[in-house]
Design a protein around this ligand. Structure first.
Ligand code: NAP
Length: 480
């Protein structure tokens, strides 16, 4: 397979120091999808020094000019969406339908970010309201780019999660060094090509392919880096937070998202939404439905509506338009998920459907009578299984919903406005969905978790804010 080179300082090139390459393989059938360089320390140094020069140049580029280049990149992403979708499906193992949906959002994310990069407004400061000052001073705030941004992304949405970092970072005037997941570098390289072909100056975007465990520390500890934007597991995020030193951090981390179902809820709606929200991308979504907490009066009817829907999910070849659910990222992950389900069953939970593994595929699974304090509910599963437990009153439902280390997103199904309002007030999650599951995202909305699910928000407006720094400016006149 031909080498797909990485991008450093405007050059598409192999790994200079290591000279190594590695294959990217399909999780479905092991076919080689592409070959990429394995970057080493020399490449990290080259990317960071190019980014330092790129940042100096890009911050002096007017916002309208940055927007023009980004809009061109968005158009290229639109034109290449079919090819990008095939790459996503091949390297992630997600269905071609899901991959097409993901790829088709690329251009729009870039456009939203391009606009936000032109909206770096400041405030005027009413300094004369402060005793000891007068009318002789004028104060205002101004935003400027952070400088060099390191973006590190996971495998599960290799287009969306890359673009939610690099598009706002570039729109705001930063240079970016991107380290995509080792399993899914080809999508990131295809997206980077859209920016390069749109005329992004050399050094403003670099993409390093290779092992995060080796490249990560070099990137996040470097003093030339001012901002780190990371999406991935809580364990890796915690390590980055320990290593980074004095830098701005955005961390989008793990989750165990709950859905509460109250008496009076539309159970058909809840069942069809959970049968979708627990199994999209084989459950490898940070906002996947992992736990359903149902009132005992409705849990039986809810399960009766849910199980046949889950059994109808067709698993198989991701490239077939008939397939509803593809593979996990590799067979090791599939085995981890199978074992988690088996451990829950051994501890007394009931597997109502699914539970089996075939290579990298795990059958869509529903597990009832899950003990809320068990590992199956508490630890992020990142697989196609939903855990059902019951809660007899509001206080215990909220205690269960809030009772993990995470707080990314939550859903509640209810016909009662008071219940919805209470959920909004009392559930600790970065987003709360009334009469839907957590598995929903509009690209323009603020998106990011509380507690162990992270720090900061993505979504172009919020990401642009987090990728810029605020300066306070005072004009010192003289009393007259
Ligand atoms: P991961 O193992 O933490 O990897 C994420 C990225 O970090 C990859 O690019 C990885 O590189 C890199 N990395 C690994 N070790 C590193 C280190 N020591 N320093 C710096 N970077 C390092 O996560 P994943 O398995 O790819 O993704 C699944 C996780 O992402 C789940 O926990 C999921 O909930 C979370 N996620 C969160 C959100 C959100 O918005 N909150 C969205 C999507 C996913 P390699 O691939 O080369 O190891």
């Amino acid at each position: 397979m031909d080498l797909t080179p990485m991008l450093i300082g405007g050059q598409w090139r192999p790994a200079v120091g290591t000279g190594k390459t590695e294959d990217v393989t399909s999780p479905y059938d092991g076919a080689i999808v592409g070959t990429v360089p394995v970057a080493g320390p020399d490449d990290v140094e080259a990317a960071l020094s190019a980014a330092e020069a790129g940042a100096a140049r890009w911050r002096r580029t007017p916002a309208h000019e940055r927007m023009r280049i980004l809009l061109r990149a968005a158009q290229l992403a639109d034109e290449r969406a079919g090819e990008i979708a095939r790459t996503i499906s091949a390297e992630v193992g997600k269905t071609i339908n899901e991959a097409s949906g993901e790829a088709s959002r690329s251009g729009e994310i870039i456009r939203l970010a391009a606009f936000e990069g032109t909206q770096l407004y400041g405030d005027t400061l009413p300094l004369d309201a402060n005793p000891g000052t007068g009318l002789d001073k004028i104060g205002f705030t101004q935003r400027q780019p952070c400088g060099v941004v390191v973006a590190i992304s996971p495998f599960n949405y290799p287009a969306l999660l890359v673009l939610h970092k690099i598009a706002p970072a570039l729109a705001a005037g930063n240079a970016v060094v991107l380290k995509p997941a080792r399993t899914t570098p080809l999508t990131a390289l295809a997206l980077a090509a859209c920016f390069v072909d749109a005329g992004l100056p050399d050094g403003v975007l670099s993409v390093l392919t290779g092992p995060g465990g080796e490249l990560g520390d070099l990137l996040v500890t470097d003093r030339r880096v001012r901002k780190i934007s990371f999406t991935g597991s809580t364990a890796t995020g915690e390590r980055i937070a320990r290593m980074a030193g004095v830098k701005k951090l955005s961390l989008e981390l793990g989750a165990s998202c709950p859905v509460i179902i109250l008496p009076g809820a539309d159970l058909d709606l809840a069942a069809s939404a959970v049968a979708d929200g627990g199994y999209v991308n084989a459950g490898q979504v940070c906002i996947s439905v992992q736990r359903v907490i149902a009132h005992p009066a409705v849990s039986g009817d809810f399960l009766d509506a849910l199980v046949p829907r889950v059994q109808a999910i067709k698993v198989g070849d991701p490239s077939s338009p008939e397939t509803k659910m593809g593979t996990l990222i590799n067979s090791g992950e599939a085995e981890r998920v199978r074992q988690s389900i088996a451990s829950a069953a051994a501890a007394g939970a009931r597997v109502l459907t699914g539970g089996a593994r075939d290579g990298s595929m795990v059958a869509p699974t529903v597990v009832a009578d899950v003990e809320p304090s068990s590992a199956f509910a508490q630890e992020e599963l990142f697989g196609p299984a939903v855990a059902i437990s019951t809660a007899a009153d509001w206080a215990s439902a909220v205690a269960q919903a809030n009772g993990t280390a995470y707080g990314l997103a939550a859903g509640i199904f209810t016909s009662d406005v008071a219940g919805a309002v209470r959920a909004v007030r009392e559930i600790d999650a970065g987003s709360i969905h009334i009469n839907w599951t957590p598995l929903w995202r509009a690209d323009l909305m603020p998106y990011g978790g509380l507690k162990g699910s992270g720090i900061g928000k993505e979504g172009p407006r919020w990401a642009v804010e987090e990728m810029t720094e605020l300066k306070t400016v005072i004009l010192h006149g003289r009393p007259w």
